[in-house]
Every structure is written in C-alpha cells, then in structure tokens.
Design a protein around this ligand. Structure first.
Ligand SMILES: C[S@@+](CC[C@H](N)C(=O)[O-])C[C@H]1O[C@@H](n2cnc3c(N)ncnc32)[C@H](O)[C@@H]1O
Length: 260
C-alpha cells in the first residue's frame, strides 16, 4: 500500500471507531439469532463492532474484511475470547468457507462494497456466495439503510463533512462527501469522497475518490434471494421490529436457505 493510502486507512479506522459506536443494531440482531450458540460468519466485519458482541454472546464467530487497519482494532476488543477468528479477505473474490449456521451482511455493507465489479453485480455476488457458505436451513441476515424515497436521501449538492478529528498517530483532518446524485432509473448513487488530512509531521494529503453505490430495492433483493433458494422468514424496517414502511429507515431481512 502507498504511504498516503496507509495514512488514510489508519485515520479512517480511528474515525470509524470514534463515530460508529451504535449498539442497537447488534442488540436487535442478537434477539433475532436467539440464545442457542451458532456458527456465524460476518462479511466485512471491519473493526469488530458486530463480531465481538456476537462472540461475547456465546456464538462462534468468524469475520472477513479487506481493510487491515480495521481488522487491527479487533484483538484488543477480543482479549480472552477463544470463539472468534478473523482474516483479511476481499469478500467478492475470496473464499468464505462453509458450514455456517448464519451469514451476517450488516452495518449497511450492502451499500458500501468496494469492488472492481460494478456495485449492483457485487451485491448479487454476496447473495450467491452466502448460499454455499451456509448449512442447509442456515440463515442469511441482511441489514442495510432502506427508504421508499432514495431521491430524498441521496441527492445532496455541495459538501458534507462525514468525519473530522485526530487519530492515534496524530493525523488530523476531515473526510467529506461531495455532490451526491441519485439516478432513479439505474439506482446508482454517485459522489466524491474527499480526504483533507495533515500528518503529525506536517505532511498534507488531499485525495478525491469517486464513489458509485447501488441502492437496491426490496423487490430486487427478494428476487435474488429466491433465485439462490432462500425463503424470507422475517423482515423489519427498524430496530423496534416494525414492518418496512414509508416511515422506516432500514431493511432487516432474515432469510432461510431452503435448498442445499
Ligand atoms: C461500514 S464498514 C462496516 C463494518 C462492520 N460490518 C460494522 O458494521 O461495523 C464497511 C467495511 O466493509 C469493508 N469492505 C468493503 N469492501 C470490501 C470487500 N470487497 N471485501 C472485504 N471487505 C470489504 C471495509 O473494509 C469496511 O471495514
């Protein structure tokens, strides 16, 4: 990795830790999974925000993520646990393993896949790869940002500061999202992510990265799941367990693999 990319990755991992501290999605997930210990694979486990609480709850968990700086946050949180493993992997191209009771694709990862594949194809690949990773009867748990009104959520002219702060290496600055657009015909959300950082030694970094995401409609997920042999067991629109509606902001899907 280039030095600049390493600095951005380290700063981003620290900002994620500082900013993304919610636990209500994990608590809801745990209530859906039940108390019987399960073998769980989390796709894109990041810094272990979800993975570690699943292990603490008694499940045997494995996590995959492509970002070393994020994975490096896990050992300190997982001290004393012998039911947790993680490894670096690109979840679109690398092997997931087999024999899991549950595959988790949460924390809005469905909308944030980094891949050379187009964003829509990458989403479909995730559902295709979940099938051989699961035992027959196993469950795929998906949780992502969902709205009936994507054009209201994703169209933002101008700049928005997403993260701002100083990391453990003394690098300080901010990350902005600029000029977000949404194309209703393709579901594509385009924006530019800009990093403006200054290292502890005074080195300045300004990096712009184009971002293309795909807003996947519920009907499309339903079709993909059916094609892979999944049956939807439960579906929720928020962490209070309400159905998906105009008023809710998530799609939380528990789908059971009915075909081997
Ligand atoms: C928003 S974080 C979510 C982390 C975790 N699931 C959570 O909810 O806290 C997204 C993670 O996806 C990972 N990621 C993105 N594309 C990936 C890919 N193709 N393979 C593996 N990990 C990927 C990033 O490295 C990042 O850690």
């Amino acid at each position: 990795m280039l030095k600049e990319e390493t600095i951005i990755a380290d700063w981003s991992a620290d900002m994620y830790e500082l900013d993304e501290t919610e636990t209500y999605d994990v608590e809801f997930m745990l209530s859906c999974l039940g108390t019987t210990p399960k073998r769980i694979l989390e796709i894109a486990c990041g810094s272990g925000r979800i993975l570690v609480p699943l292990a603490n709850a008694g499940h045997t968990v494995a996590g995959l993520d492509m970002d070393e700086a994020m994975l490096r946050k896990i050992p300190a949180k997982a001290e004393g646990l012998d039911n947790i493993t993680w490894r670096i992997a690109d979840v679109i191209v690398d092997d997931w393993g087999t024999g899991y009771d549950v595959v988790v694709i949460a924390g809005n990862f469905l909308m944030n896949i980094v891949s050379k594949e187009g964003p829509e194809r990458a989403q479909k690949v995730l559902l295709e790869k979940a099938k051989p990773a699961l035992k027959p009867g196993g469950m795929l748990y998906i949780d992502y940002n969902y709205t009936f009104y994507p054009e209201q959520w994703y169209v933002h002219p101008g700049e928005r500061v997403i993260w701002e702060g100083t990391d453990s290496h003394g690098t300080s600055g901010r990350m902005l999202l600029c000029d977000s657009t949404y194309d209703g015909a393709t579901g594509l959300i385009r924006s530019t992510r800009r990093y403006e950082l200054k290292t502890a030694t005074g080195e300045k970094i300004r990096k712009e990265m184009p971002s293309v995401k795909h807003f996947v409609k519920l009907e499309q997920i339903h079709t993909w799941l059916a094609e892979e042999g999944f049956r939807i067991k439960n579906e929720y629109g928020d962490y209070a367990g309400n159905p998906i509606s105009e008023a809710t902001g998530r799609a939380i899907i528990c789908a059971v693999l009915t075909e081997a």
